[in-house]
Every structure is written in structure tokens, then in C-alpha cells.
Design a protein around this ligand. Structure first.
Ligand code: PEP
Ligand code: MN
Length: 349
């Protein structure tokens, strides 16, 4: 049960409701959210009558939430969450394209690719400074030096930056030098990290665990919202299934309508990690737009053959530019806007 307070409520009114919740042996979790102050009643609330709470002074509404992820659920917030990242708006009317190298390899490489994706019309630059590699002998990323390079790329291009956090100890620097914290598939269930990210106010993109159900993914998002950070978007990046011969993962595009039904949070698709193959990126990207996603994230590298990470799935800037042209042609038919200029390349749709 969620007890939502009116603007201008008093501490006395809030404390009175808290006492009533405690009297029923439930735990009142008070959330000072961006939108409202809410008491999330944790425990067996069957003895509490929502109608009694609705009558209390200062209370705006009481919502019975049947889901194990109340703050993330549409039942709690009917309007779509809109996330503002510098000059870029993630919301129901826009389709935002994030692109860049899998990993930051050097300043020269990052700025070169940042300028290329910007020219093609990307809205956000991606790049990993901390890389979660399956092998401990593979390139692990440039760490803090990589964050500074990303900040330089932001200064040079004006593009907001998304980068992955692996460790709580790096969060302050990530929030200082970049704009969106990416939680990767391997860390979707790293609950201490999620709790800490929930204490920041930096927008977060939470990837789906490679074997996570939709409910597990939404409960992971709940950890972040519970901390008071409501700027969360969800990213489907492919799940593991029985046939991994031709694609790295199975991109679950049906997660788009399912998530939009269950939650108010924006949904992003990562066709690069989802499929692991260049020829699948364009069709999956166009399908993501058509299926109602809010954004996509695409690996782009101009020297993919020598990339230090995930070169096999990275598109050349020219191929990325063609996808951008297709997206710009399709978006109006679907009632979506892609902010920024349409690239001049010939449309291949
Ligand atoms: C990435 O986007 O660089 C990445 C490591 O993705 P994932 O967590 O989906 O494997
Ligand atoms: Mn990668």
C-alpha cells in the first residue's frame, strides 16, 4: 500500500500516518520523491484499511499496489516518466539514439568517434571506462582516465555521456564526469550497487540481467527508486536462450510493450549487445522504434577490426549514418521525434 501526501502536508500529519502503520506491525518507508512524499507500507498490510488512511489530514490518495515493485509500477504513476539529461529528453514522444564505442581506448579514438556519431545525428555518446570483461586478461578499460576522456568528448561535442559503473567506489567520479550511469547486465542483481545508485540523482540506465525475468528486472529498478532516484530507464540487451549459434543473445522486443504496460519507466533497446552481429543492428533498431521503445544504444567504432572490446558487433560510422537516415524517415509515421538534424546520407528503407 502506498500513502501519498498532498503538497503542503505537515510533519505532524506524516508522523500520525507513520504511527498508524507501525501500530499494525508494518514498516513505513517514507520516500521523498521528486513528485510526491509517499509512505510505502512494507509487510502484511491486510489489516490496514485504505479508506481509513484516505480520510487522514494531509493524505492525497492511497493506492493498493499488487506488484512487488510498487514504485516502478504503472499502478503507482500513470504518466510516463520523462528523464531530462542535459538538452536531451527521454520520454514517450521522442526516440533517442545513443551511440559510440564499446570502450574508451584513448582520447583521440573517443573524440574522433564522438564527432562521427554526432555528425550522423546521435543524441548521446556511449563509452565504457570500466569494462566488465568475462576474462580477467581482457582489456579492463581506462578507469578514471577514461572518465576524463569522456568529459573532454562532452566538452568538444556537447553530447551527454552514458558510461557503466561497476563499483560503488567509482560512483562519485562517474556522476562528476558523465551524465547517465549504466548498470550492466552482470550487475543487475548487485543490490548494494543499486542501492548506492539510488542515493544519487544522476539518471540511470538499468540493463536487464542476461537471465533475468521481467519481474526480477523491475524489482532491481525498484531498489534504485526506493533510494529516491526516480530517473531510471530500463534497457533490454538480449537474454540467454538455448540457441546462441547465430546471435549472441535473443533480443526480447516483446519486453517493450510488456514493460510499457507494467511500468512508467522509459525502455531502451541495445541491439548491439543483444545480437552481437552487425547485420542485425539495423533491423532490430527499426523494429525497436516501431515497437514503441524510447531509445536505442548502438556500438559504433571507426576501426572496429582493431577495437579493444566488442569490435565484431560495432558499426562503421557510415553504416550508423544510414540507420539514422532510416530512423528519421520512419519516426514521423510513428508519431515520434528524433531530436537533432537528419543526416544527409541516402535513405535505404
Ligand atoms: C556494454 O554496454 O558495454 C556492456 C558491457 O553491455 P552488457 O552489460 O549488456 O553486456
Ligand atoms: Mn560491449
Amino acid at each position: 500500500m502506498l500513502i501519498i501526501f498532498k503538497k503542503g502536508y505537515t510533519e505532524e500529519q506524516l508522523n500520525h500516518a507513520i504511527d498508524r502503520v507501525r501500530a499494525a506491525k508494518c514498516e513505513p518507508h517514507v520516500i521523498h520523491g521528486v513528485y510526491k512524499v509517499t509512505i510505502n507500507v512494507i509487510g502484511d498490510d491486510t489489516q490496514l484499511d485504505p479508506e481509513d488512511f484516505k480520510k487522514l489530514e494531509g493524505v492525497e490518495d492511497v493506492i493498493s499496489v499488487s506488484k512487488p515493485f510498487p514504485l516502478v509500477a504503472r499502478e503507482f504513476k500513470k504518466e510516463d516518466t520523462i528523464i531530462q539529461v542535459r538538452n536531451v529528453t527521454f520520454g514517450p514522444d521522442n526516440f533517442i539514439v545513443m551511440a559510440g564505442p564499446c570502450a574508451v581506448e584513448s582520447e583521440e579514438q573517443t573524440i574522433r568517434i564522438a564527432k562521427a556519431v554526432q555528425k550522423a545525428g546521435a543524441n548521446v555518446l556511449r563509452g565504457g571506462a570500466f569494462k566488465p570483461r568475462s576474462s580477467p586478461y581482457a582489456f579492463q578499460g581506462l578507469g578514471n582516465e577514461g572518465l576524463k576522456i569522456l568529459a573532454t568528448a562532452r566538452k568538444e561535442t556537447g553530447l551527454p555521456i552514458i558510461t557503466e559503473a561497476l563499483d560503488i567506489r567509482d560512483l562519485d567520479a562517474i556522476c562528476e564526469f558523465t551524465d547517465i550511469i549504466q548498470i550492466g547486465t552482470r550487475n543487475m542483481s548487485n543490490f548494494p550497487l543499486l542501492k548506492e545508485v539510488g542515493r544519487t540523482r544522476t539518471p540511470v540506465m538499468l540493463k536487464r540481467g542476461m537471465s533475468a525475468t521481467i519481474d526480477e528486472w523491475l524489482m532491481a529498478a525498484e531498489y534504485i527508486l526506493r533510494g529516491g532516484n526516480t530517473n531510471v530507464m530500463l534497457c533490454e540487451r538480449g537474454i540467454r536462450s538455448f540457441d546462441s549459434k547465430y546471435t549472441r543473445n535473443i533480443v526480447d522486443l516483446s519486453a517493450i510493450p510488456v514493460i510499457k504496460n507494467l511500468s512508467h519507466l522509459p525502455i531502451v533497446i541495445d541491439p548491439s549487445h543483444g545480437t552481437g552481429r552487425k547485420d542485425a543492428i539495423e533491423p532490430m533498431t527499426l523494429a525497436s522504434l516501431a515497437a514503441g521503445a524510447h531509445s536505442v544504444m548502438i556500438d559504433v567504432h571507426d576501426d572496429a577490426e582493431n577495437a579493444l572490446c566488442d569490435g565484431a558487433q560495432a558499426l562503421k560510422p557510415h553504416d550508423f549514418e544510414k540507420i539514422m537516415a532510416c530512423l528519421h524517415s520512419l519516426a514521423p509515421a510513428l508519431g515520434k521525434t528524433i531530436p537533432g538534424a537528419k543526416p544527409s546520407v541516402r535513405n535505404t528503407v
